[in-house]
Write a protein that binds this ligand. Structure first.
Ligand code: SF4
Ligand code: FES
Length: 246
C-alpha cells in the first residue's frame, strides 16, 4: 500500500479564531478516493474531523471540498492522482465556514428556492386527464440542466459570486433555465424577473469556471447565456410589438 499525505483545514471557532492545516498520513489502495482518506482519518486518527458526505457515489452532492486548489467532490477524487504530492483539502471557497470542511449553505439554498424549481401551471388539469406529455426533442432542450446535484462547486469556482454573494449564480440559473425550457411549464413570467434582476444573469462575465468544475456535465455558463438571449429577445419584442404583435 502507498501512503498519502493529507493536509486538512481545521477550524474550530470554539477554540480559536483562525483556521490551520493539520497533516495526516493515510495508507491507500488505487481505488481509494479523498473521501476514503477523510473517513480513515476520522475512524483511526482523529475522530473530531468534521465534513459532509452521504452517498460516496457522486449523487448526493454533499462532499465538495477544495482538493489541491480546485473545487471537487471528494468521493470522485482518486488519491493515486496526487501520488508523491501532499494533498491539501480545504473547505469550498466563497462560503462561510462553520467547522473544518463544513460550510454554510444557507445562501445557496435560498437561491434555489427563489427561482421556484417546480413546474408552474397557469391552470392545473385534473389528474384523470392524464400527464402533461413531452416529446424527446422537448426533453432534450433542458435535460442536461436537470442533472445538477446541488454540490455548489460552481459557486466556489465563480469569481463573481466570490465578490458579490447577491449574484444569483450558476446552479440556480441553470435550474431556472431548466424550467423555463420545459414545455410543460408556464412560469416564465414568474422566473424572468428573478433571473433578469440586477444581480441575476447580467452579473456574469463569462469566466466559465462554473462549467469546468461541474462534476455532472451541467453547463451553467451556457444556461446563463441562453437566459440572457431570451431576456434580450423578449425586451426587443416588447419594444417592436408593444401590444404583443396585435
Ligand atoms: S451545476 Fe454542477 S457544479 Fe453547480 S451545483 Fe449543479 S452539479 Fe454542482
Ligand atoms: S458523497 Fe455524495 S456526492 Fe460525494
Amino acid at each position: 500500500m502507498d501512503t498519502a499525505t493529507i493536509r486538512v483545514t481545521r477550524y474550530r471557532p470554539e477554540t480559536g479564531p483562525e483556521p490551520f492545516f493539520q497533516e495526516y498520513k493515510v495508507p491507500y489502495r488505487n481505488d481509494m478516493v479523498v473521501l476514503d482518506a477523510l473517513n480513515y482519518i476520522k475512524a483511526n486518527l482523529d475522530g473530531s474531523l468534521t465534513y459532509r458526505w452521504s452517498c460516496r457515489m457522486g449523487v448526493c452532492g454533499s462532499c465538495g471540498a477544495n482538493v489541491d486548489g480546485t473545487p471537487k467532490l471528494t468521493c470522485a477524487s482518486f488519491l493515486h492522482e496526487f501520488k508523491g504530492r501532499t494533498i491539501n483539502v480545504e473547505p469550498l471557497p466563497n462560503f462561510p465556514v462553520i467547522k473544518d470542511l463544513v460550510v454554510n449553505m444557507e445562501d445557496f439554498m435560498r437561491k434555489l428556492v427563489k427561482i421556484k424549481p417546480w413546474i408552474i401551471r397557469e391552470k392545473e388539469t385534473p389528474p384523470e386527464q392524464g400527464e402533461y406529455q413531452q416529446s424527446a426533442e422537448e426533453l432534450e432542450r433542458y435535460q442536461q440542466f436537470s442533472s445538477c446535484i446541488n454540490c455548489m462547486l460552481c459557486y466556489s469556482a465563480c469569481p463573481i459570486y466570490g465578490l458579490n454573494e447577491k449574484f444569483l449564480g450558476p446552479a440556480a440559473t441553470a435550474l431556472a433555465y431548466r424550467y423555463i425550457e420545459d414545455s410543460r411549464d408556464q412560469g416564465k413570467n414568474v422566473r424572468f424577473p428573478i433571473v433578469h434582476e440586477m444581480e441575476g444573469v447580467w452579473e456574469c462575465t463569462l469566466v466559465g469556471e462554473c462549467s469546468v468544475v461541474c462534476p455532472k456535465g451541467v453547463d451553467p455558463m451556457l444556461a446563463i447565456q441562453k437566459t440572457k438571449i431570451l431576456g434580450a429577445t423578449n425586451a426587443l419584442r416588447s419594444i417592436l410589438m408593444p401590444r404583443g404583435g396585435r
